[in-house]
Design a protein around this ligand. Structure first.
Ligand SMILES: Cc1cc2nc3c(=O)[nH]c(=O)nc-3n(C[C@H](O)[C@H](O)[C@H](O)COP(=O)(O)OP(=O)(O)OC[C@H]3O[C@@H](n4cnc5c(N)ncnc54)[C@H](O)[C@@H]3O)c2cc1C
Length: 439
């Protein structure tokens, strides 16, 4: 969509927000309006509850909603991963049944892909689904399941034909998480949070109506999910109102489990104290991707330190490259951009970790592991910004792993984009049940 059309789109959204945003609605009521108007998942096709927008126009939409002081779309995998996979591979009936609850935040999805023995080699998964009448019975174990403890639905990959080569015997299902055959055990990370879980499936059931795509053709659907995951990570989140905005929004979780749907939507939006910057100061202020680090370096009195200054310039360059990469991603058909964007984001988070710690100095050794501690630590030098820096520093290793490790992204670019030879001893043609197993 060109610049003029983007302007028209944003004007349309602003008028819609004027008419529809009401802080006294519940989160669920607000998301019903936002989702059914196509503003929650604007990248989905127009006939699939979206508006067919490019990624950069979708980022402009979320920034406009935040700048208006309204609560943004439900975060997470329902909109970013499950919905595009279902709209690409599902039937019309499945789209009309499964997409509205996802884009209106009524249900929340998790991703049941990785297993203890199948991460990088995802096609080696062993969770088994066997059909009996119209119902599939699922047995196996998943791990690293982010948000599984809040999910109503899971994007499940299961083996449905162990006699076919490993990529050809997998099926993609949308499975109900809240059933007796599914046990979810949270795993605590070094950040203090429990973001992901182990999930045990013991004779769990999923109706054939919720099979997305053909039986044994789940690898194609899985690739759609993974492609959206990688390009989303490379584009750096959903976009916000930016550092000059008058509002901050707290995250509200979708789905029945998290319990946010009945809360007042306006309580998730916080008005910042109006800045009393002079006109001259406002004009001098350059908003950079490294702005939060610049502000913190000033606060900690290290803005003149040459190492910190060099790190800030580097963060500015990496952040700008990320933005330009997102723009390039808009032009469809550039192979490997999503993979390269994800690798670049890995560099950005590691660099920002090191820069944040250099700015904080000894304060960086203290981390808050729970909400009570976070409140106390925010009173120390660096304030709540420092609390975020230590959390990001401990979490920085995650992004180069999830959604496919950096090494795996490089393999994909090497083999599929640059045409380099595959690794020797490729076993992809052997039937899954004849593959050599560890120990
Ligand atoms: C924070 C976090 C959240 C996650 N959330 C989810 C989720 O919600 N749902 C989900 O399904 N999964 C999730 N994952 C799992 C993630 O996708 C896997 O961890 C990832 O694919 C790597 O698999 P693995 O952990 O089994 O490591 P392994 O595959 O065992 O890899 C170990 C090491 O070997 C390297 N390696 C492996 N194969 C190759 C190769 N062929 N060439 C070169 N190097 C190789 C890897 O790069 C890595 O360094 C999450 C992971 C993290 C860290």
């Amino acid at each position: 969509m060109g610049a003029t059309n983007t302007t028209e789109l944003i004007d349309e959204l602003r008028s819609w927000l004027e008419e529809n945003w009401d802080p006294d609605l519940t989160v669920g009521e607000w998301w019903e309006r936002l989702g059914m108007a196509g503003w929650s998942a604007p990248m989905l096709p127009e006939d699939c509850y979206g508006r067919g927008l490019s990624r950069s126009d979708a980022l402009a939409v979320s920034a406009t909603i935040a700048a208006h002081g309204a609560l943004g779309a439900p975060m997470g995998m329902s909109i970013g991963l499950a919905s595009p996979t279902i709209t690409t591979h599902g039937t019309r009936e499945q789209i009309d049944r499964l997409i509205p609850p996802a884009v209106t935040g009524k249900v929340s999805y998790c991703q049941l892909f990785s297993e203890p023995g199948a991460g990088s080699d995802l096609a080696g998964l062993t969770t088994r689904a066997v059909k009996d009448g119209d119902v599939w019975h699922v047995n196996g174990q998943k791990v690293w399941t982010s948000g599984g403890q809040y999910a109503d639905m899971g994007m499940l990959l299961a083996r449905t034909n162990p006699e076919a080569p490993k990529h050809q015997g997998i099926t993609w299902f949308a499975i109900e998480m809240l059933q007796p055959g599914i046990e979810i055990r949270p795993l605590k990370e070094m950040t203090g949070h429990a973001m992901f879980n182990e999930v045990f499936l013991s004779d769990a059931e999923v109706h054939d109506d919720n099979r997305i795509g053909d039986v044994n053709n789940g690898w194609a659907a899985a690739n759609t999910t993974l492609m959206h995951e990688r390009s989303g990570m490379g584009a750096r989140g959903a976009g916000g109102a930016g550092p000059e905005s008058a509002y901050l929004t707290r995250m509200a979780r979708g789905g029945r489990v998290a319990g946010d749907l009945d809360k007042r939507a306006g309580d998730f939006v916080i008005e910042r104290r109006p800045k009393r910057a002079t006109k001259e100061k406002r004009e001098r202020r350059v908003v950079s991707p490294a702005q939060s680090h610049i502000d913190m370096a000033r606060e900690m009195g290290v803005i003149d330190h040459p190492v910190v200054r060099q790190g800030i310039v580097h963060a500015h360059i990496l952040g700008t490259l990320t933005r330009l990469n997102t723009e390039r991603n808009k032009a469809s058909g550039i192979p490997g951009i999503a993979n390269l964007g994800k690798i670049l984001m890995g560099h950005v988070v590691r660099h920002n970790r090191d820069l944040g710690m250099a700015i904080l100095g000894a304060r960086g050794m203290l981390h808050s592991y729970d909400d009570d501690m976070r409140g106390e630590m925010a009173k120390l030098p660096g304030g709540s910004g420092a609390v975020a820096v230590t959390a990001q520093a401990l979490g920085a290793q995650a992004l180069p792993i999830y959604g496919g490790t950096d090494q795996v992204q490089k393999n994909i670019v090497g083999e599929r984009v640059l045409g380099l030879p595959k690794e020797p001893g490729d076993l992809a043609a052997l039937p899954f049940n004849q593959l050599p197993k560890n120990g």
